[in-house]
Ligand binder design. Structure first.
Ligand SMILES: [Zn+2]
Ligand SMILES: [Zn+2]
Length: 422
């Protein structure tokens, strides 16, 4: 696999002058990386975004949408309106990269690359301002808070985002990944799973560990529930779209010789269709209730779903258009054979607006780190090369010189296929 030369692009008019400003946007990225902020606390980041947009020609900027969200609108004559989205939040992860621009905030890190997304969208906004002759239409830039908890997009929409922007005909978004630079992965149709967190509260009757016959152990009940739920996915077909149901935490008891009153099980559920989601949630309820009954629980259990993320669906026609324009700008576009089990709240925008949306993942790691067969290995589900880490790892470290130019060029290349002056 060869990496495209960094200057290659299908839209030279929109990228005019970008080469000279790349250093600046990489520095903006490093600054954001140094100062990460968790969901809904992105005040410094939002201020940097708003200040940067206001310093550019033509952007109407609104701050404080849905907490810390920022939206910019740039009108440039007749033509389509498109929405470009970046997320701004970091994670409660202690950075371990040792980079010179590593986080200075204790226990907070841009471990998912949202700093790449923010810096890239700012860079694209600057190019649109600087090259009005190259395009015609309106661009909406949305910088959303709190993607990691699945509620930032919804918060901006609930707070009246759609009254502040003209209705876009397409929503476009991207995510940096530990792929080789120059590689983009996406697919038409369902791209990413819907996600729900589940809290199962299992009631028992506590007692002395020496006399379990006089108690109802919520610990044993929790074990039965977990094992029963583990077999649930295996019965769902087709397998590529089967729900993923994973226990992440079990909280019960404190001593070896005491049977506690209650157990709590936290689970993560990933589904790929609304039907599967509804069916699985109903199945969890049913199984948990039945197991509690089988254990003679004195009180029924409760199942609470929280932190919902919608399924991410790429409009078929718009996705083909995006993939074609990315190929045209020298990217290696990999069509994913199946949806990813990860989740995103990007889909909220297109759903609420009622327009198509397209999302793609792109490489932020120097291609040579992957060797010649890197893409093949990746395509076959192979692991990452040594020293390359996945999103959410405390070692996650996209290369600014690869990821930021790619992020900017992709946004411009894809935007170009809607708004280029022809
Ligand atoms: Zn993430
Ligand atoms: Zn992310």
């Amino acid at each position: 696999m060869s990496t495209p030369p960094s200057s290659e692009t299908v839209s030279p008019a929109l990228t005019l002058g970008l080469e000279d400003r790349l250093e600046h946007w990489q520095e903006v990225y490093r600054d954001l990386h140094r100062h990460p902020e968790v969901a809904f606390a992105e005040t410094r980041t939002a201020a940097v975004v708003a200040q940067t947009l206001r310093a550019l020609t033509g952007w109407q900027v609104t701050e404080g949408i849905g907490g810390t969200g920022v939206a910019g609108v740039l009108e440039n004559g007749e033509g389509p309106t498109i929405l470009l989205r970046a997320d701004m939040d970091a994670l409660p992860v202690a950075e371990a990269t040792g980079l010179s621009y590593a986080s200075v905030e204790q226990g907070v890190m841009h471990a998912c690359g949202h700093d790449v997304h923010t810096a890239s969208l700012l860079g694209a906004c600057a190019q649109l301002s600087a090259n009005p002759q190259a395009w015609s239409g309106t661009v909406v830039a949305v910088f959303q808070p709190a993607e990691e908890v699945g509620s930032g997009a919804r918060a901006m929409l609930d707070d009246g985002l759609l009254d502040l922007i003209p209705p876009p005909e397409v929503c476009l978004g991207q995510h940096v990944a530990p792929f080789p630079g120059g590689v983009v992965a996406t697919r038409p149709g369902v791209l990413m799973a819907a996600s729900d967190s589940l809290r199962l509260t299992l009631n028992g009757a506590g007692g002395h560990a020496s006399s379990p016959e006089r108690a109802v152990s919520p610990v044993v009940l929790a074990a039965a529930v977990i094992m029963r739920l583990q077999t649930y996915s295996a019965q769902q077909a087709p397998l590529s779209l089967a729900p993923v149901l994973t226990p992440g935490a079990v909280n019960a008891g404190q001593a070896a010789n005491v049977i506690p009153d209650q157990a709590e099980v936290l689970m993560s559920l990933r589904t790929f269709t609304p039907e599967s989601r509804a069916k699985t949630l109903a199945a969890v309820e049913r199984i948990v209730r039945a197991e509690a009954e089988a254990s003679e629980a004195p009180e029924p259990p409760t199942v609470e779903a929280f932190n919902p993320f919608p399924v991410t669906v790429n409009d078929e026609a718009a996705a083909e258009r995006v993939m074609e324009s990315l190929r045209g700008s020298g990217r290696t576009v990999f069509t994913l054979p199946a949806p990813m089990a990860g989740s995103e709240d990007f889909g909220e925008f297109g759903t609420r607006i009622g327009c198509p949306s397209v999302f793609w993942h792109f490489g932020g790691v120097p291609a040579q780190r992957f060797g010649t067969d890197g893409l093949t290995a990746l395509a076959q589900g192979g692991g990452l090369p040594e020293g390359v880490y996945a999103n959410h790892s405390p070692f996650f470290a996209p290369d600014p010189e690869v990821a930021v130019p790619a992020g900017i060029r992709q946004l411009l290349g894809v935007a170009d296929s809607w708004i280029a002056r022809r």
